[in-house]
Design a protein around this ligand. Sequence first.
Ligand code: AMP
Ligand code: ZN
Length: 463
Amino acid sequence: MALRLFDTYTRSLREFKPLQLPEVRLYTCGPTVYDYAHIGNLRTYIFEDILRRVLEFNNYPVRHVMNITDVGHLTSDADTGEDKMEKGSRRTGMTAWQLAEFYAQAFKQDLQRLNIQEPTLWCKATDHIAEQIAFIQCIEANGYTYRTFDGIYFDTSRLPNYGYMARLNIEGLQAGARVEMGEKRNSTDFALWKFSSPGERRQMEWSSPWGVGFPGWHIECSTMSAEYLGTFFDIHCGGEDHIAVHHTNEIAQTEACHGTRLANFWMHGYFLQLDEQKMAKSTGGFLRLQTLLDRGYDPLAYRMFALSAHYRAKLNFTWESLDGAATALNRLRTAIYEWGSPGDGPAGQVDTGYAQRFLEQVNDDLNMPRAMALVWDLVKSDLAPAVKRATVLYFDRVLGLSLAEWKPVAEALPPEVLALVSQRQQARKEKRYKDADALRMQVSAAGFEIEDTPQGPRVHQRK
Ligand code: AMP
Ligand code: ZN
């Protein structure tokens, strides 16, 4: 069963074949570390994790590179506004460097909680300034740059194919943007290097052949992907918002310097929405993974929720659907647990018929909703429990729900703790989350931890 993936560049499903084995080379745009990731961002990282796991399920070793944007991402994608890191530094009182370290660690913790595999290699923009300068010099030597009062810009009119992936209507954009263009020659031109403003003392700035300043946001990905994966590699991913600007500009830079179109496949995860609106840090309407944990959800319930939609469909977040995912996850965990551990009796064999159908679903452009439907079909089937268990655990290599590790916890509780737990249940029911949090703290002070499950709270002694 061939693996077929949707390629945004050609807008078609294409059969995936590695460019050059032994490895599939995958680059995924990483976080801008000026704040916590929101669960929308995390939806994209779950999609990319599923992609990687499906490649591995097809027996392709994957070399996965993810960058950390710790400089140069401005508050507006049009190269205006402030650097998000400098702004974040003012907001928090940390230095821009501390801020980057702090949020990069928080991000890695989120990935771990969601069972998202770490990339083979992390790379930070600020660790690759000299390489980015060299890349810009390469673009300059080929005649694609010009200078304005605030930076070195890429002249997009020099690339006939500019904007192809996003199917940009260049003339329309040009006509609509005359006023805000400043010294830019074309509305789609973008900064490769920005100068520090006169009189401004940035925390992150470097000297360059053009003057003191910092790299534009897009150049880091062209530079670091070339450095660690080569100038033409297998798959490049990100969220759908990257299609029109960030990835379009990465493609332009790489074409201008290396003459290649960067990646063989371009894949994009669609947005998570909150109340049918895009979830974005800039609008303030966003939820962190920690918010879900504070309300008693298991982080893997969020992963389960993300698996309920195809990555190329928008997904609306509601607490009710998260509850549904938590219930489903627990049903699955309980079923697997009850089918026995490999220690009890002979281990089952993976059912080849189901395995084949599962492969068909995941290889059909990562159709996880259909793959999950197959899992439920298997749960209800009359196969031997040991076979069901072995088969679902085999699928879990792709699902990433840690199904083998889960165990129910049952312990006797002191009556006063029991009373606090039931008061907290009541508070939660009435959506008095502050009271519920306070009661959780009291339970914690008594030496117990509450784990919320769809069957009700489970309480165990604190480790
Ligand atoms: P950022 O940290 O803003 O650079 O974004 C990190 C990743 O999250 C990028 O791949 C974005 O495309 C993606 N992203 C941003 N907002 C959302 C959202 N609401 N739903 C899904 N992915 C998103
Ligand atoms: Zn990128």
